[in-house]
Design a protein around this ligand. Structure first.
Ligand code: GCW
Length: 649
């Protein structure tokens, strides 16, 4: 029995699945073959589109054939067109679902001319979103940690939402961009959330039930201390038999409730979360214990590599947070179980606007890896600023991919919540969509993905609107980089909430995020020769490239080197002049983008236009604040005036 297509409540934005996006497909004679729950979903989708646009589900003479020939789990499909008939074939419902949404993306083009039969399959098997959602509102972090889109899609009033229609609609949006896994709670696991694993698993099962028809598996963040917190044991030692039995039992009960459960996500020995270090055990011991509990059911543990000392002494110049993940995990390469996936943040620090790619990613050839991106814009404007991350992610995913991808899975911290626009800033929907599409094809051109998103979200948009959207989104990441922390040095944000500038906000703190500016220069010496040695964690050629300020790319110079303000960049400008220029330019770019947006008022729905316009006011205010604080700070430190005589305070 097929459920109808989810219905959005009044006022909720359809994002990239407005009804109009189904026009070309819905006006056809469609034949569907095959059986199984995901074929049922495709059936419901096609029936809905036909009902709206005048097509019909038929048993002969179709213009579109959607055929599942079996019931396997493959996500691949083939698509072709001959003699006026478009055909999508898959060996199971999952592939058919992705084939269906591929046809939606193509729109009218799917029904024109001839099309060679071509197979489409995802490059990565797991394409996952991690929600940092709390069940109970946390006194400091709120309902969603680093969430900028209202409350949680899953949890409200201390429990799972009763009305799961919105969750189903979310699953549908995710399937349409290729995402197939969701972790439904924060990796910082507080008391109420810990119990989702045991007596509250029913609530997780309800959410899993709403996501399943769209091919999405549900994962759960768990606390490493669960045997103590929930099971009354005296230890959580991963080599203790009682502890292992406890996890085996708990996991068996999870699978009774959710037979296709994806597995656990674990943040251990990180920022105060418990972990194996307390027992003198390694992170492989910890991960493998959970992997063993999950193995009989085909589940996976995602074990996060975000392990570093967050209580370091700023006076201690030998400790470098950037080194931490590599130093902890490289010695363990080869020790992780096959169903333990090491989940590595894309950069060595923490989702800054510019970081080098984490050297750990290409140093773990005997370990299954997931790369973790952050769609929620914690350090990139918190969904008040336009910052489309497609180009940054694309750079990360292409880095070192010469001999094939060095990772198997892609994860992003979700930027969605129960906000009517899903992502707070309506244009931040582009980040979520782009993540899904890059996870399907990491080598895809991000500009093409942006065009796809524009085409779906604004069907039939006049050229002026499409051009305008492209122009405000395309360069927005580089614009954000220009008016915030310069040349890869990072942070300079307000401590705690991380919004807005505070140049020395983290300079004398225990978090390991310093810039070391003095009257002569700025930056962190991470060379092997004279610095922390971090540059030496890279393989060739990168270890050499990053080692010297001469070969280090400009945009990462201050990440790797401490240089005088007069150091001349490859661009020909000095570091200090670069700082001034980019900060003025960044603000000017925001001013221009705001004008472009204002000029689109007659072609964008009023609520959407107003929401973005209001955020542009804040972005501009904030960009000016960034510009003036950074410029004034460096002028006062260095005493070097702006070569162009602009106002610095
Ligand atoms: O980016 C930082 C955030 C924390 C987060 C942590 C992590 C969930 O500031 O809020 O905690 O990273 O990734 O675990």
């Amino acid at each position: 029995m097929s459920l109808p297509v989810p219905v959005l409540s009044e006022g909720v934005d359809p994002a990239w699945l407005p009804e109009e996006a189904f026009r070309a497909l819905g006006g056809r004679r469609i034949l569907i073959r095959g059986s199984g729950p995901l074929v049922e979903t495709v059936h419901a989708e096609a029936a809905e589109a036909c009902a709206r646009f005048g097509g019909a589900l038929v048993s002969k003479d179709p213009e579109l054939v959607l055929e599942s020939t079996g019931d396997d789990e493959s996500e691949a499909f083939t698509l072709g067109r001959r003699d006026g008939r478009t055909t999508v074939t898959a060996s199971g419902g999952r592939g058919l679902l992705y084939g269906f949404f591929h046809v939606v993306r193509l729109g009218a083009a799917a029904f024109e001319g001839e099309r060679q039969l071509r197979e489409h399959r995802p490059a990565l098997a797991v394409r996952m979103l991690d929600h940092w959602d709390n069940v109970a509102v946390h006194p400091v972090m709120g309902q969603v940690e680093r969430g900028y889109a209202g409350g949680s899609l899953f949890w409200a009033d201390g429990r799972a939402r009763g009305d799961l229609e919105r969750v189903r609609a979310y699953g549908r949006l995710l399937a349409a961009c290729g995402i197939n896994a969701v972790a439904v709670n924060n990796v910082n696991v507080h008391a109420a959330e810990a119990r989702l694993l045991t007596d509250r698993i029913g609530e997780v099962a309800d959410i899993a039930g709403a996501l399943r028809p769209y091919g999405i598996r549900t994962h759960l963040s768990v606390t490493f201390a669960a045997p103590m917190v929930l099971g009354g044991r005296e230890t959580a030692d991963p080599l203790d038999d009682g502890v292992r039995e406890w996890w085996a039992g708990a996991t068996a009960r999870v699978y009774e409730a959710i037979p296709d459960f994806g597995g656990y996500v674990v943040k251990a020995d990180s920022e105060g979360q418990p972990g194996p270090f307390a027992y003198g055990r390694s992170h492989a011991d910890g991960a493998n214990m959970l992997a063993a509990a999950l193995r009989p059911y085909g589940g996976t543990v995602h074990w996060r590599a975000f392990v570093y000392d967050h209580r370091q002494d700023w006076r201690d110049r030998a400790t470098d947070r950037a080194r931490a993940a590599y130093d902890h995990f490289v010695p363990l390469d080869g020790e992780f179980a096959a169903n333990a996936v090491l989940q590595v943040k894309h950069g060595p620090m923490d989702f800054q606007v510019r970081e080098p790619v984490s050297p750990l990613i290409s140093a773990m050839s005997h370990t299954a890896l997931a790369v973790e991106l952050q769609a929620t814009q914690e350090y990139t404007g918190q969904q008040r600023h336009v910052c489309w991350l497609g180009p940054m992610w694309s750079e990360v995913l292409r880095f070192g991919a010469r001999d094939g991808l060095p990772f198997e899975e892609l994860v992003a911290v979700s930027n969605a919540g129960d906000d009517p626009f899903w992502t707070g800033h309506p244009l931040a929907q582009a980040n979520l969509y782009t993540f899904g599409r890059l996870a399907w094809r990491p080598d895809a051109d991000p500009g093409g993905i942006l065009d796809e998103w524009i085409g779906l979200t604004f069907p039939g948009a006049p050229g002026r609107l499409a051009d305008g959207l492209r122009s405000v989104l395309d360069g927005s990441w580089r614009t954000y980089e220009k008016y915030t922390a310069p040349l890869g040095v990072g942070f300079m944000v307000q401590p705690g909430h991380h919004y807005g500038p505070s140049v020395d906000g983290y300079e004398y703190s225990p978090w390991g995020t310093y810039h070391f500016a003095d009257r002569d220069g700025v930056g962190v010496d991470r060379s092997r020769a004279t610095g922390t040695g971090y540059a030496g964690q890279y393989a060739k050629p990168w270890a050499e490239v990053y080692e010297s300020p001469e070969s280090c790319p400009d945009e990462l110079l201050l990440f790797f080197h401490h240089v005088p303000y007069g150091h001349v960049l490859k661009s020909g400008r000095t570091v200090i002049q670069h700082i001034y220029d980019t900060h003025f330019e960044g603000v000017e770019e925001v001013e221009r983008a705001r004008k472009v947006w204002a000029s689109l008022a007659d072609v964008v729905a009023p609520e959407r236009h107003a929401r973005v316009a209001e955020r542009y006011e804040e972005q501009l205010r904030s960009a000016r604040e960034w510009r003036d604080q950074i410029n004034s700070y460096f002028f006062r430190k260095s005493g070097v005036p702006d070569g162009r005589g602009r106002t610095i305070y």
